[in-house]
Design a protein around this ligand. Structure first.
Ligand SMILES: NC(=O)c1ccc[n+]([C@@H]2O[C@H](COP(=O)([O-])OP(=O)(O)OC[C@H]3O[C@@H](n4cnc5c(N)ncnc54)[C@H](OP(=O)(O)O)[C@@H]3O)[C@@H](O)[C@H]2O)c1
Length: 238
């Protein structure tokens, strides 16, 4: 039976590239995003690319809202008869000094990158346990281990996610549920309001990170790559 993977934030960037890769491999994928337009457009594009609208479902879901997450997870499991993997990819970030950061912005970053992951894990774990096996892959960032000026909220959210992932990995491994966290370096996406990928040739492409995630999901049952760093092989010299 084809694996069923829920990818949060699958409307563009890394999440979209991952959904595309999984669908091209014949798997079943649910993507989420907060914008109805974005979800509909991505669902249509993914279905067209893989030539099978029956294996992809787009759902509007804000990971910050536990009720929205519960509903999306139940809908996804009902549509495909269960869930095998959750990829917590949805994330936001801005480069703002703490002295200038509004409380709302802090809450949005921590609420999406950390509490959002908690919300999704909590909703999905019972379905993975029902299956008797599963994966949770959390998309962190090398910013979690290399903090930078203006990145206090983002770096803290991702450092927290690393610790969350390590603890969850130990909590779930004896249920046959494997937890991995991935730390990408710079990826050429529109993340954090970036408009252009011009001059970003040295960066990772979203497809590179997608490939690392697919490789993890395809690891043999005996092994658990619990943390994966992936970075541009030839970064810009500073
Ligand atoms: N790009 C990089 O350089 C880089 C490096 C390291 C790690 N990462 C991490 O990789 C992940 C993906 O980044 P990306 O570059 O692909 O970003 P992106 O292109 O901006 O895509 C972000 C995705 O997350 C969704 N999203 C945002 N807030 C959400 C929420 N509250 N609920 C549900 N979905 C939400 C967006 O959909 P809507 O707009 O519809 O909400 C979109 O689909 C993030 O966790 C990011 O921190 C990125």
């Amino acid at each position: 039976m084809a694996r069923v993977t829920l990818v949060t934030g699958g409307t563009r960037g890394i999440g979209y590239a991952l959904a595309d890769a999984l669908l091209r491999a014949g798997e079943q994928v649910v993507i989420t995003g907060t914008s109805t337009d974005g979800v509909m457009r991505a669902e249509h594009a993914l279905a067209t690319a893989c030539g099978d609208s029956g294996r992809v479902q787009g759902l509007v879901c804000d990971v910050r809202d536990p009720a929205s997450v519960e509903l999306a997870v139940r809908t996804a499991a009902a549509r495909f008869g269960g869930l095998d993997a959750l990829v917590n990819n949805a994330g936001v970030g801005v480069g703002v000094p703490i002295s200038e950061m509004p409380h709302d912005e802090w809450n949005r970053i921590i609420g999406t990158n950390l509490t959002g992951v908690f919300n999704c894990c909590k909703a999905v774990i019972p379905f993975l346990k029902q299956r008797g096996a599963g994966w949770i892959v959390n998309i962190s960032s090398l910013a979690s281990t290399n903090p930078f000026i203006g990145g206090a909220a983002y770096c803290a959210s991702k450092a927290g996610l690393n610790a969350f992932s390590e603890a969850l990995m130990q909590e779930l491994r004896h249920d046959n549920i494997r937890v991995t966290y991935i730390l990408p370096g710079s990826v050429a996406t529109g993340f954090s309001g970036r408009e252009s990928t011009a001059g970003a040739e040295w960066k990772l492409q979203p497809e590179d990170v997608a490939q690392a995630i697919v490789d993890v999901l395809n690891h043999p049952p005996r092994s658990l790559p619990s943390r994966v760093d992936i970075r541009p092989s030839r970064p810009q010299k500073s």
